[in-house]
Design a protein around this ligand. Structure first.
Ligand code: GDP
Ligand code: GDP
Length: 464
């Protein structure tokens, strides 16, 4: 396998109208349309190779994501700064040098000051030299590194290029020529496992994603695809590429959607549909709520592999013996989320980074299991046996009895990196298949081919 070469990402953040797009376009060497109101912002709209540096790096325009997220600036700013802090190696914070600092600038600065990622101020719209002298109020923001720039006239870009190059050199970024000769890393060509992190507000989704990304060096520096519902964060773990579909931090688009609960269920739904596996994050300290059940219901309905992340376990009867705490969790999870009983659960404390490693172990196991499900032949024998052991009853008022002729498996392995089989029962009359008999068959399959995490999905077709 070719050695992974880390291509650093440089994020451009700032309030609207300071010149982010203009700067982005100059650095990328081409105009990149940032379409603000499209449902899916694709890769090249928000991310592009940087042309002005000698070292390989990528530019990311978080404004391309955030501008459409919300009407509330504060939330938008928080979301954008957060994306940059999670995915970038260097943040370019753009300000309008001709204007006074605005509350939004201040708010972005407040967020970025917490960042471990270095921040450089770009004081844009310094079209003439005399403007460069006035650092003024910008010096109070708390960042030492700054540069005056005019995206309109191209002033300052050669200095910016040389500063970026020394930063990138220090960060160990490959030279661009080297990159061209170096084959792209194998892992990147393997299909990533798409992992949706879903759950109700405050369950700990952001904390979980942060805990996962703690080792920032393993983030593949590219935001592969981003929609208004979630941020896709490419992530490499043990040589396996993942895409974390992060639904935290996203905010309602319009005021009409501000019912937080409805909105979070909606955006979860889209993330769930795109995912190969879902991490359902639950705040066990607060208990399992209607909203948790709603999201779990969507996962079950979509037939997605799932792991229940029982988060904030550190707050759950902290003084009781572990065995009792686990038994209590198990009882609650199985009772409240019985309809997703195929999902194993893991107790975590995202805040303390506990239990994170196990999540990846379990995902790997689920993936392995998905490749070892029964063959059609095994399945047919099992269903016939199950029918003999417990023949279907007659439904009330009808003398007709369900007869299962055979079962086929409908699954397209290309559909997912964790394919879920969809079993099709060919029967005499599909209206005779009761829920309880489906459940019986499902349990039989699960007993014989236990594959925690993977749902057993049935449909019936009448064949005369
Ligand atoms: P964004 O919202 O931060 O992406 O900002 P844009 O790149 O769309 O720029 C906002 C406005 O500022 C546009 O009208 C640009 O033409 C203008 N602008 C951007 N950079 C400069 C600059 O360096 N000097 C001047 N005078 N105007 C600029
Ligand atoms: P989100 O809305 O689902 O993204 O939730 P956050 O990650 O923002 O977490 C909500 C709050 O719960 C924050 O104050 C976190 O610090 C806290 N929190 C998250 N995970 C844990 C945990 O495992 N234990 C404890 N004690 N607090 C947590």
């Amino acid at each position: 396998m070719a050695r992974m070469q880390h291509v650093p990402t440089i994020a451009i953040v700032g309030r609207p109208n300071v010149g982010k797009s203009a700067i982005f376009n100059r650095m990328a060497g081409r105009r990149i349309a940032i379409v603000h109101d499209e449902p899916g912002v694709t890769r090249d709209r928000i991310s592009a190779p940087c042309k002005i540096t000698d070292h390989a790096c990528k530019l990311m325009d978080t404004g391309g994501i955030g501008a459409r997220l919300s009407d509330g600036f504060a939330e938008q700013v928080a979301a954008e700064a957060d994306i940059a802090m999670k995915t970038a190696d260097l943040i370019l914070f753009v300000l309008d040098s001709r204007d006074h600092l605005t509350p939004i600038d201040q708010s972005i600065a407040d967020h970025l000051r917490k960042s471990e990622v270095p921040v450089m101020l770009l004081l844009n719209k310094a079209d003439h030299e005399k403007q460069d002298l006035n650092l003024g109020e910008f010096s109070g923001l708390g960042f030492n590194d700054y540069i005056f720039l005019s995206a309109a006239h191209g002033r300052g870009f050669s200095e910016l290029a040389s500063r970026l190059d020394s930063f990138l050199k220090q960060a160990g970024a490959p030279l661009k020529e080297e990159m061209e000769e170096t084959p792209v890393e194998d892992a990147e060509t393997a299909p990533p496992i798409k992992v949706a992190v879903v759950g109700r507000p405050n369950a700990g989704k952001s904390s979980l994603v942060n805990a996962i990304l703690q080792d920032r060096r393993t983030i593949v520096s590219d935001v592969a695809g981003t929609t208004r519902d979630a941020i896709d964060i490419p992530y490499l773990h043990d040589g396996q590429p993942y895409v974390l579909i992060d639904t935290a931090g996203m905010r309602p688009r319009s005021r009409r959607d501000t019912s937080v609960e409805v909105f979070s269920a909606m955006r979860s739904e889209k993330a769930i549909r795109r995912a190969d596996i879902c991490l359902l994050v639950i705040d066990i300290a607060a208990g399992i709520t209607q909203q948790d059940r709603r999201i779990a219901g969507i996962i079950a309905e979509e037939g997605k592999p799932c792991i229940i992340i029982v988060n904030k376990f550190d707050l759950f009867h902290p003084n009781a013996p572990r065995k009792e705490r686990m038994a209590e969790v198990e009882e609650q999870v199985r009772r409240e989320l019985f309809f997703i009983n195929y999902a194993p659960f893991i107790t975590t404390s995202a805040k303390k980074s506990e239990g994170i490693e196990i999540i990846f172990k379990v995902i790997t196991r689920i993936r392995r299991e998905s490749a070892a499900l029964p063959t059609t032949g095994q399945l047919n024998r099992l269903i016939q046996l199950a029918q003999q052991m417990n023949p279907p009853g007659t439904s009330s008022g009808s003398a007709k009895r369900l007869k299962i002729y055979y079962v086929t498996t409908a699954v397209d392995p290309k559909y997912s990196t964790i394919p879920v089989p969809r079993y099709v029962l060919f029967v005499n009359d599909k209206n005779l298949l009761t829920d309880s008999y489906s459940q019986y068959l499902r349990n039989k399959i699960r007993e014989n081919y236990p594959a925690p995490g993977i749902p057993v999905i049935f449909s019936a077709r009448s064949r005369v």
